[in-house]
Write a protein that binds this ligand. Sequence first.
Ligand code: GLA
Length: 387
Amino acid sequence: MKEKQLGLTPAMGWNSWNTFTWDINEQLIHDVADKFISEGYKDAGYEYIVIDDCWSLKERSKEGKLVADPEKFPSGMKALADYIHDKGLKFGMYSCAGTHTCAGYPGSFEHEFQDAELFAEWGIDYLKYDYCFKPRYISGELLYKRMSLALKNSGRDILFSACNWGADNVYQWIRESGAHMYRSTGDIQDNWDSIKNLSVSQLDKECYTGAYCHNDMDMLVVGMYGGSNNDFIGSKIGGCSDNEYKTHFSLWSIMGSPLMIGCDIRKANQITKDILLNQDIIAINQDIEGRGAYRIKPEPQWFNADDAFMLVKTLTNGDLAIGFFNLSDSQRELSLQFWDMGLPYASGISLSMYDCWEHKEIGVFKERYAPVVPAHDCIVVRAKLVK
Ligand code: GLA
C-alpha cells in the first residue's frame, strides 16, 4: 500500500553536498543521523538524510549496476539505510539524468529502471536527480518522466527530487512528470549575494509551487560560516552573519522551499540550532495547503521593491504569515497596508500579530503595520484576524 502523503509538504532534511562535497563516508552519515535524534532535528520535522554526488565507483559493475564506493561505504548502502531507518529517519541518494553526474560518476541515463530497482532494494526513500551530461538529442522533460515512472513502480515510496536548476522551462512540465520537488535555481553559495539573488529570482515563480511538487531554492547554507571544502560554495569567500542566515531561513520557509540543511550539524552552534529548529517558522513552511507566498511592495510605491518587500502566505486555518524582508544595505521602514491582503478598513477587522523570531505577541493593529527592519534582516509574523 503506497503512502499517500509522500511530498505533500516541502521535504525537510540534511544533504551532504554544501559542506562535504566529495568527502563523504559512512561514519559521517551515522554521526548526522545520531545528531538528528540527540539535537532535536527529528522532533522538529527533519526527516531525510541525503548523500549527494561522489558516493559510487566511477564504473558500473559487469551487470551494469551502480556500485557504492567500498572505501567510503564499507558496509554498503543497505546497511546504511538500515541504520537510518532504525532511528525512524529516511535515507536519500543522488543520481543524474545524464550519462554522468556533475562530478563525473556514472549517471542513470538509459539505466533508469535498473537503478530505481537497485535504490528500492537498498531501502532508499528519496532520490535527488541532477542534470549534468544530458545528451542534447533528448529532452530533459522525458528523462524526468522516465525516472519518475521508474521510481513510482519500484515497489517502494521514493520521493523524487528533480534538480535541473530551473532550466528548460521546468515550471511548465515538472508537476505532470510526477516529481515531488524541483530545483528552480542554480547552485547556492554561502554568501549574502547568493541568498539575495536566489530569492529575488524566485519571486515570480511562487505561482508554480504547491502541495506534492515544491519549488526548491537549493539546500540551506545556514550555519556554514564559510565551512565548505569547495571553493565555489564558499570556502574562500563564504560565510554570512547570523542575521543573514535567519533571513535566508525565513525566505526559504515562507516561499515554500524544501528545508534541506547543508551545514555540518555535528558542530552547529546554539544560534544555528535556534534558526534551524524554530518551530514557528517551520510551521509556516509546513502548512498543509502549501500555498506559495505573494509579494506586496511597500508604500510609498517609488521604493525599490526588489530589495525590500513583504511576502504573505495564506495559511490553512485563515491566519496570514507575513515576512517583512529588507535585503538592502540600509535600515528601512516597511509599511504594510492591510487592504493589500484583502482586509478593508470598513470590515472592522484587525490583525493580532505574533513575532515568529521573538516568540511573543506584538499586539493588535488596524489598517497598517510598519516596522523598521535593519539591513539584511527580516521580521516574520503570524497574523490572526480579530474583531
Ligand atoms: C549540481 C547540483 C548540486 C550538487 C552537485 C553535485 O551542481 O545542482 O546541488 O548536487 O551538482 O555534483
